[in-house]
Design a protein around this ligand. Structure first.
Ligand SMILES: [Mg+2]
Length: 229
């Protein structure tokens, strides 16, 4: 069985329960603005957000455009009139407070740390949100560093993103590094581009309908224990 010295974890949907934090943040800002919030709003937002993130990952739109575009589209869809920029600002602030973890995240980070192995966060998320969330999080003590695409100027799965990461972590052979993430297009494709092993966290056990092949597939973070020995 393979073992690794450095674990590169994606943040949203891998260590952090983004769905829960997203719902909390949306609800809080909708309430603050005096708009009706419902499960339907959340569902619509998720569809729109996922589409604009895909455009961003393909390099079609900027991070700044992404942030307001998703609320422009949502407000148009639900017939609300509000400044998307301002809404986004409040939303990011609320999102930064959301530190819900994926089941097993705290335990597995603690175990990796206790084996004297290193954990880094590799994320395409938004800098301010990621920083605030990490500062407030239970896993902070186990993490050696975080690489936020917005700071680096490239995002996963771009090879330049990973070149930057490799320059800023301890020098080890690439076969000692594992990337773990829930996104085939960002995390697993990124690992493949970078020439490191990858582990797809497939919590909902969906079928991989892409031609992006992970080295490993798990449906629970606890399964990462196999890579420690
Ligand atoms: Mg993710």
């Amino acid at each position: 069985m393979s073992s690794y010295d450095i674990f590169l974890f994606d943040a949203d949907g891998t260590l952090y329960d983004y769905d829960k934090s997203e719902a909390d943040a949306l609800k809080a800002v909708f309430n603050f603005c005096g708009f009706n919030y419902s499960e339907n709003v959340r569902k619509k937002y998720r569809e729109i957000n996922s589409t604009v993130w895909q455009s961003y990952e393909k390099g079609d739109i900027s991070k700044t455009a992404l942030q307001t575009l998703r609320f422009d589209k949502l407000f148009k869809d639900i017939g609300v009139d509000f400044d998307s920029n301002l809404f986004n600002e409040k939303y990011l602030y609320e999102l930064g407070k959301g530190t819900h973890l994926i089941d097993g995240a705290e335990e597995i980070c603690k175990e990796i740390y206790s084996f004297n192995k290193k954990i880094y966060i590799v994320t395409n998320g938004i800098l301010a949100t990621q920083k605030s969330r990490m500062e407030n999080s239970l896993i902070k003590q186990y993490i050696s560093g975080a690489f936020v695409s917005e700071h680096i100027g490239f995002q996963k799965p771009h090879i330049s993103y990973f070149d930057y990461v490799f320059e800023h972590i301890p020098k080890v052979s690439k076969d000692r590094i594992l990337i773990i993430g829930d996104s085939l297009s960002a995390d697993i494709a990124g690992g493949n581009n970078a020439g490191i092993d990858s582990c797809w966290l497939n919590l909902s056990k969906t079928t991989n309908q892409t031609n992006i092949a992970p080295t490993f597939e798990i449906s629970s973070l606890y399964e990462l224990r196999q890579f420690l020995k």
